[in-house]
Design a binder for this molecule. Structure first.
Ligand code: FES
Length: 288
């Protein structure tokens, strides 16, 4: 049902994603750093999910204060409700900005459509919080309760759809969480040195696991080929200094240990120990 609701507006969602991508691109390097902050790459988890907790918690508390005031005649709660709802609205603005940043890298099709619907409903719901705040500012506290209730119901539905984005589509979830691949306690030969071109990402198979190798002289780096962000092939990415950048959404990982240099990835890339033994490249790991 959610997919059917979201599909007719696919053009809107794709257009919005293009505009947001263009905005960050136009900002250049500062845009990249801002995007890293918004994605939560520095945190190791989605920043959006953290801020959403404040929105829902604050709105629930504001609603409770209103219910106590209106239905149980508890006095002196008007000002507290304004402060708590104000916090929820402000966090809502943060959730919108972080959410739009995550949204621009969704895969086209149902994943993007559903995420767009989630964002649209929550933006309208947060607008309801803003109207409720204005009503309180003008002394209309009872009217503000009903507006808050409508905004709250919208945000609740939008949050449900947000759960769909994560739990059904696995968006912003580490794509290697359930499949770290082959494990080897001892070094295992995977390919001849001659097949790994100097300074070019090379995809090899380590058992059934695709691994990207980068050889520089006698030093070999090895990362799992499947990008932790959304499964892109790192061996098709761009090598620069000691990093590799994924070709799909440009997450950048350090070759030596798979740590995240730039998002949208929030999870470290699975990495292996690699060495040259005779004319063979050998792998051991992955590192935990
Ligand atoms: S798949 Fe998105 S950055 Fe690699």
């Amino acid at each position: 049902m959610l997919e059917r609701m979201a599909r007719p507006l696919a053009g809107l969602w794709n257009g919005a994603a293009s505009v947001i991508s263009g905005f960050y691109r136009a900002l250049g390097t500062p845009g990249k750093l801002l995007q890293d902050f918004m994605n939560g790459s520095w945190l190791g988890h989605s920043l959006h999910a953290v801020i959403v907790d404040v929105v829902i918690g604050g709105a629930t508390a504001a609603l409770l204060l209103d219910v106590l005031r209106i239905f149980f005649n508890v006095e002196g709660l008007d000002t507290a409700a304004i402060w708590v709802l104000g916090l929820a609205w402000l966090a809502g603005v943060g959730a919108i900005l972080t959410g739009l940043t995550d949204f621009k890298d969704t895969g086209t099709g149902d994943e993007r459509n559903i995420t767009g619907l989630h964002g649209f409903i929550n933006i309208v719901g947060n607008g309801g919080f803003a109207v409720s705040l204005l009503q309180r500012w003008n002394g209309n506290h009872d009217g503000a309760f009903w507006t808050l209730l409508i905004g709250y119901l919208l945000i609740s539905f939008g949050s449900y759809i947000g759960g769909h984005v994560v739990f059904k589509y696995g968006y912003m979830v580490n794509h290697n969480a359930f499949s770290r691949g082959k494990r080897a306690k001892e070094f295992v030969a995977v390919v001849s040195v001659a097949e790994v071109a100097e300074g070019a990402p090379t995809k090899v198979m380590f058992g059934s696991t695709a691994v990207m190798l980068v050889r520089r002289g006698d030093v070999v780096h090895a990362l799992k080929d499947t990008c932790s962000h959304a499964g892109g092939p790192l061996s098709g990415g761009e090598l620069r200094d000691d990093t590799i950048t994924c070709p799909w959404h440009f997450s950048t990982f350090r070759l030596s240990d798979g740590s995240v240099v730039h998002g949208p990835a929030g999870s470290r890339q699975v990495s292996y120990r690699a060495r040259i033994n005779g004319d063979r490249v050998e792998l051991q790991g992955p590192h935990d």
